[in-house]
Design a protein around this ligand. Structure first.
Ligand code: BTN
Length: 245
């Protein structure tokens, strides 16, 4: 893995997009920063990353255009991080498609951006982890959030966690390139939050309300609708729905 560590930057994601022509086309380039002043989340949301306490990572790499299940790649990185946290004795849950939760609050999010070049797809996979954020820092986040420090009561070594994530993600990426999402399906589904519960899912065009049923072989969401049909969603944003169906 090629490593680039920055001190302060607007966003590791924006930096990677602006400098990608300088990075190797082989392997993974891992860009990290101590602080982001304009961290970006999914759907143009802001990602809060105060100085020194979060892991702000962008993995940059090329994939062949023919790679199967490309749409589920961010979910692979989510699972890589979930596995790293499981090894540390934590019980992460995945809020489909790629948020990680601890004690029902967000601890990590992933932003996946792509750029087509003539012969391959450039991937920009941004991972944000609330590592050593204090309760006061977490309270500044615009949704229920937590940190590894808050959940375990001890400060975490960010470098060690990054190494674990890098190792796990490199392995998972190799398997994904050969076999797609299939080898990850069972564990991903096992860690899913809200399984069997009523959720609402905004797919960008329409808000669907239904029971979170399962995942397709490619990692898409299957919702059981009130008329008992199954509806498949490839990308979207889900929330728990308190009202019964
Ligand atoms: C989300 O939950 O909406 C995704 C958050 C992704 C945040 C990471 S932090 C590193 C990288 N740089 C960014 O600006 N965003 C991603």
């Amino acid at each position: 893995m090629h490593e680039i560590h920055l001190d302060v930057i607007d966003s590791t994601q924006t930096y990677a997009k602006e400098h990608s022509q300088e990075f190797s086309k082989e392997g993974i380039t891992c860009i990290t920063a101590e602080e982001q002043t304009k961290g970006r989340g999914r759907y143009q949301r802001k990602w809060t990353s105060p100085r020194g306490v979060s892991l702000n990572v962008t993995f940059y790499f090329h994939l062949p255009k023919s790679t199967p299940h490309l749409i589920s790649l961010a979910q692979i990185a989510t699972l890589s991080l979930a596995k790293a946290l499981l090894q540390e004795g934590l019980k992460p849950q995945i809020k489909w498609p790629n948020d990680l939760r601890l004690s029902e609050k967000k601890v990590s999010g992933i932003l996946c951006e792509t750029r087509m070049s003539s012969e391959s797809v450039e991937m920009f996979l941004g991972v944000g982890i609330n590592v050593n954020l204090s309760p006061e820092q977490v309270a500044q986040i615009d949704q229920p959030a937590t940190s590894l420090l808050i959940e375990t009561g001890k400060p975490w070594d960010k470098t060690k966690l990054l190494k674990k994530l890098q190792t796990q993600f490199s392995q998972d990426l190799e398997l994904f390139k050969k076999k797609g999402f299939a080898p990850f399906h069972a564990q991903f589904e096992q860690l899913l939050a809200f399984k069997g519960q009523t959720i609402r899912c905004d797919d960008g065009k329409k808000v669907w309300v239904g029971i979170l049923h399962s995942l397709t072989e490619e990692g898409q969401l299957k919702l059981l609708l009130p008329d008992q049909t199954l509806h498949t969603i490839s990308s979207g944003d889900i929330q728990s729905e308190k009202r019964p169906l």
